[in-house]
Design a protein around this ligand. Structure first.
Ligand SMILES: [Cu+2]
Length: 146
């Protein structure tokens, strides 16, 4: 008896004779991928796609303080991850001063800030900064501390 499932691009197979620990793995993956937009695995952090197009996917991600967020560019155009107003927020310009292109990644460790702290950010090529409590315009995103 086998159970086959498909969740958010990951194919998994459950068999009755699997070792108990292996049987838990797909359930863990499903739980981790719940929502699919903001993939989050404890100790690994979250991932945000840049593109395709002028968009951050997922636009809003909630992350534990101390974990990391990794932006992965999937678009040929140059993009950036630029915090709007809060100091200590994400800023890809330090690693990619002329912008991130397809295949580039930027990792930002989320500070151990109070729960609910929001880091609004934008792409400096395709968006504008908000006032710190709301989105700017165009290509924008948000990281919230859980
Ligand atoms: Cu952009």
């Amino acid at each position: 008896m086998a159970y086959v499932g498909f969740a958010c691009g990951i194919l998994f197979v459950l068999e009755a004779n699997m070792k108990p620990l292996l049987r838990l793995l797909p359930l863990f993956l499903i739980a981790s991928l719940a929502g699919c937009g903001g993939l989050s695995i404890p100790g690994v952090g979250s991932f945000v796609d840049i593109g395709p197009g002028d968009v951050f996917v997922a636009q809003s991600v909630t992350v534990e303080g101390g974990e990391s967020v990794t932006w992965v560019s999937k678009d040929a155009d140059s993009h950036s991850v630029t915090v709007d107003t809060v100091s200590g927020g994400p800023d890809s310009n330090t690693n990619h001063p002329s912008g991130m292109v397809s295949g580039d990644t930027y990792v930002w460790k989320v500070p151990n800030a109070p729960s609910g702290t929001k880091y609004y950010y934008h792409c400096r090529f395709h968006g504008t900064a908000g006032n710190g409590t709301s989105f700017g315009t165009g290509m924008v995103g948000l990281i919230t501390v859980k």
